[in-house]
Write a protein of this length. Sequence first.
Length: 143
Amino acid sequence: MTSAAYDAPLPAKAGWLTRAEAWLDDKGKGAWIAVMVLGFIFFWPVGLALLAYMIWSKRMFSKSCRARGHSARRNAMAAIKPSGNSAFDAYKEETLHRLQSEQDAFEAFLERLREAKDKAEFDQFMEDREKRAAEDAKTVETA
Protein backbone atom coordinates (compact mmCIF):
# COMPACT_ATOMS: atom_id res chain seq x y z
CA MET A 1 0.00 0.00 0.00
CA THR A 2 3.02 2.23 0.12
CA SER A 3 4.38 4.12 -2.81
CA ALA A 4 7.82 5.55 -3.39
CA ALA A 5 6.47 9.09 -3.02
CA TYR A 6 5.50 8.44 0.59
CA ASP A 7 8.48 6.36 1.69
CA ALA A 8 10.38 9.26 3.22
CA PRO A 9 12.81 7.86 5.76
CA LEU A 10 12.14 8.67 9.38
CA PRO A 11 14.89 10.40 11.34
CA ALA A 12 17.30 8.09 13.13
CA LYS A 13 16.07 9.26 16.54
CA ALA A 14 12.34 9.03 15.74
CA GLY A 15 10.39 8.10 18.84
CA TRP A 16 7.81 5.38 19.06
CA LEU A 17 4.99 7.91 18.67
CA THR A 18 6.46 9.23 15.42
CA ARG A 19 6.94 5.69 14.12
CA ALA A 20 3.38 4.73 15.15
CA GLU A 21 1.97 7.84 13.45
CA ALA A 22 3.91 7.06 10.25
CA TRP A 23 2.73 3.44 10.34
CA LEU A 24 -0.91 4.49 10.80
CA ASP A 25 -0.57 7.10 8.03
CA ASP A 26 0.80 4.37 5.77
CA LYS A 27 -2.19 2.14 6.51
CA GLY A 28 -4.71 4.92 5.87
CA LYS A 29 -7.70 6.52 7.55
CA GLY A 30 -9.27 3.16 8.42
CA ALA A 31 -6.34 2.27 10.66
CA TRP A 32 -6.67 5.58 12.51
CA ILE A 33 -10.39 4.97 13.04
CA ALA A 34 -9.79 1.39 14.20
CA VAL A 35 -7.18 2.51 16.74
CA MET A 36 -9.51 5.26 17.94
CA VAL A 37 -12.40 2.79 18.41
CA LEU A 38 -10.09 0.40 20.29
CA GLY A 39 -8.98 3.31 22.43
CA PHE A 40 -12.61 4.04 23.34
CA ILE A 41 -13.25 0.36 24.11
CA PHE A 42 -10.21 -0.19 26.35
CA PHE A 43 -9.82 3.24 27.99
CA TRP A 44 -12.10 6.04 26.85
CA PRO A 45 -9.65 8.94 27.45
CA VAL A 46 -7.25 7.36 24.94
CA GLY A 47 -9.99 7.17 22.34
CA LEU A 48 -11.00 10.73 23.07
CA ALA A 49 -7.39 11.91 22.78
CA LEU A 50 -7.02 10.11 19.44
CA LEU A 51 -10.28 11.64 18.17
CA ALA A 52 -9.10 15.12 19.19
CA TYR A 53 -5.72 14.54 17.52
CA MET A 54 -7.36 13.28 14.34
CA ILE A 55 -9.60 16.35 14.18
CA TRP A 56 -6.79 18.77 15.09
CA SER A 57 -4.39 17.29 12.52
CA LYS A 58 -7.20 17.20 9.91
CA ARG A 59 -6.81 13.45 9.44
CA MET A 60 -10.57 12.99 9.79
CA PHE A 61 -11.37 15.26 6.87
CA SER A 62 -8.56 14.62 4.42
CA LYS A 63 -8.95 12.27 1.49
CA SER A 64 -6.08 10.14 2.71
CA CYS A 65 -3.68 10.21 5.61
CA ARG A 66 -0.89 9.17 3.27
CA ALA A 67 -1.52 12.14 0.98
CA ARG A 68 -0.07 14.34 3.70
CA GLY A 69 2.71 11.84 4.27
CA HIS A 70 5.89 13.33 5.52
CA SER A 71 5.85 16.16 3.00
CA ALA A 72 7.42 18.74 5.30
CA ARG A 73 10.19 16.34 6.27
CA ARG A 74 10.63 15.24 2.67
CA ASN A 75 10.82 18.85 1.44
CA ALA A 76 13.34 19.77 4.13
CA MET A 77 15.49 16.77 3.27
CA ALA A 78 15.31 17.57 -0.46
CA ALA A 79 16.44 21.14 0.22
CA ILE A 80 19.67 20.04 1.91
CA LYS A 81 20.37 16.88 -0.09
CA PRO A 82 22.88 17.42 -2.90
CA SER A 83 21.64 16.61 -6.40
CA GLY A 84 24.98 15.48 -7.76
CA ASN A 85 25.13 18.34 -10.27
CA SER A 86 27.60 20.92 -8.98
CA ALA A 87 26.15 23.80 -11.06
CA PHE A 88 22.64 23.14 -9.79
CA ASP A 89 23.85 22.68 -6.21
CA ALA A 90 25.70 26.03 -6.40
CA TYR A 91 22.58 27.71 -7.80
CA LYS A 92 20.43 26.13 -5.08
CA GLU A 93 22.89 27.21 -2.38
CA GLU A 94 22.93 30.79 -3.71
CA THR A 95 19.13 30.91 -3.95
CA LEU A 96 18.67 29.54 -0.44
CA HIS A 97 21.21 32.05 0.90
CA ARG A 98 19.43 34.89 -0.92
CA LEU A 99 16.04 33.79 0.42
CA GLN A 100 17.45 33.55 3.94
CA SER A 101 18.91 37.06 3.71
CA GLU A 102 15.58 38.38 2.34
CA GLN A 103 13.75 36.72 5.21
CA ASP A 104 16.18 38.26 7.71
CA ALA A 105 15.69 41.69 6.13
CA PHE A 106 11.90 41.28 6.20
CA GLU A 107 11.97 40.20 9.86
CA ALA A 108 14.13 43.25 10.68
CA PHE A 109 11.61 45.45 8.82
CA LEU A 110 8.73 43.93 10.81
CA GLU A 111 10.65 44.52 14.03
CA ARG A 112 11.16 48.18 13.11
CA LEU A 113 7.43 48.48 12.36
CA ARG A 114 6.56 46.93 15.72
CA GLU A 115 8.95 49.29 17.50
CA ALA A 116 7.49 52.32 15.68
CA LYS A 117 3.95 51.21 16.55
CA ASP A 118 4.94 50.65 20.19
CA LYS A 119 6.55 54.10 20.33
CA ALA A 120 3.47 55.74 18.78
CA GLU A 121 1.18 53.96 21.25
CA PHE A 122 3.42 54.96 24.16
CA ASP A 123 3.55 58.57 22.98
CA GLN A 124 -0.26 58.60 22.70
CA PHE A 125 -0.53 57.19 26.21
CA MET A 126 1.80 59.87 27.58
CA GLU A 127 -0.16 62.63 25.81
CA ASP A 128 -3.46 61.30 27.19
CA ARG A 129 -1.92 61.06 30.66
CA GLU A 130 -0.68 64.66 30.48
CA LYS A 131 -4.13 65.85 29.32
CA ARG A 132 -5.82 63.99 32.17
CA ALA A 133 -3.35 65.42 34.67
CA ALA A 134 -3.95 68.95 33.33
CA GLU A 135 -7.74 68.44 33.47
CA ASP A 136 -7.49 67.06 37.02
CA ALA A 137 -5.38 70.06 38.04
CA LYS A 138 -8.01 72.45 36.58
CA THR A 139 -10.84 70.68 38.40
CA VAL A 140 -8.93 70.82 41.68
CA GLU A 141 -8.23 74.54 41.20
CA THR A 142 -11.86 75.36 40.39
CA ALA A 143 -13.26 73.34 43.27
